[in-house]
Design a protein around this ligand. Structure first.
Ligand code: TMP
Ligand code: ASP
Length: 244
């Protein structure tokens, strides 16, 4: 069946979302070249980022699906576009941490690089105006973002995804330090993984050199941002493309 891209329904910092004319349960995500950090305060552009992130995210979602994780992903439409199921998004950023970095080191004074075992799952409110604040489970329930059972399911799913991603990145010589997921509900109200997984939403360190390969290159002005993203894609293609 062919799909006709319909009207723009949402534009975020990294993607645009369009309707699909033939089916109201489907949407098209168009990846953008813009790079933002610190809640949009720092802005940049990386030519070709849309293509690289589309490819990285699509390969990872196919891998997760093959391993029993329900996701919104259906198929790649072009270098920069994917077709997905439309989800009713839950306004939570679900962060998983295997190694201390970023805001955790700033807030809790934990040294960067310290292993976190067992991995930590945290909820943040997805609200740019409020700066995506950290939420306790009780606060998430108070805001009606989910029931206690829903939050437990999100944590279970996030930890399962973490295990699958940690292993596959290890095979690529990359340490999965932390990452952010977003979930939504499908038409049957089941909780499904949405959004994207890319160097925009993960911290990935080279296992041998410790080099940062992700958006921290942009956040911290480390340089060679594009090279980092492309290297991550190369390694993912070497490990995952053979059987996708
Ligand atoms: P943090 O250390 O800034 O809390 O970030 C944890 C992880 O979540 C890191 O891999 C980057 C990712 N992340 C996003 O993808 N979007 C965001 O808005 C934030 C704050 C973090
Ligand atoms: N995603 C957020 C932004 O684009 C924060 C970050 O990733 O640093 O502003």
């Amino acid at each position: 069946m062919s799909f006709t891209k319909g009207k723009l329904i949402y534009e975020g910092k990294a993607k645009k979302i369009f309707t699909v004319q033939e089916n109201e349960n489907l949407i098209v995500h168009e990846f953008k070249n813009s790079l933002t950090a610190f809640n949009g305060e720092k802005k940049g552009e990386m030519l070709g980022k849309s293509r690289v992130n589309q490819k990285i995210s699509s390969l990872l979602y196919k891998y997760l699906q093959k391993n029993g994780v329900p996701t919104h992903f259906i198929e790649t439409l072009s270098d920069t576009e994917i077709l997905t199921y439309k989800l009713e998004m839950i306004a939570l950023e679900v962060v998983v941490r295997n190694v201390a970095a970023g805001s955790l080191t700033k807030r809790l004074g934990v040294e960067e690089g310290q292993e976190i075992s067992p991995p930590l799952v945290e909820f943040y409110l997805k609200d740019d105006a409020l700066g995506d604040p950290f939420l306790s489970d009780a606060q998430a329930i108070m805001l009606k973002l989910g029931t206690e059972d829903d939050l437990e399911e999100l944590k279970r799913k996030a930890l399962m995804i973490n295990q699958l991603l940690f292993e596959i990145f290890e095979d690529m010589g990359l340490r999965l330090v932390d990452f952010k997921l977003e979930f939504g509900r499908d038409k049957d109200k089941a909780i499904v993984l949405g959004d994207e997984i890319s160097p925009d939403t993960c911290r990935l360190w080279d296992i041998v050199t410790g080099e940062k390969m992700d958006k921290d290159r942009f956040r911290l002005d480390l340089g060679s941002v594009e090279e980092g993203y492309k290297e991550v894609l190369n390694r993912i293609e070497n490990v995952l493309e053979v059987d996708s």
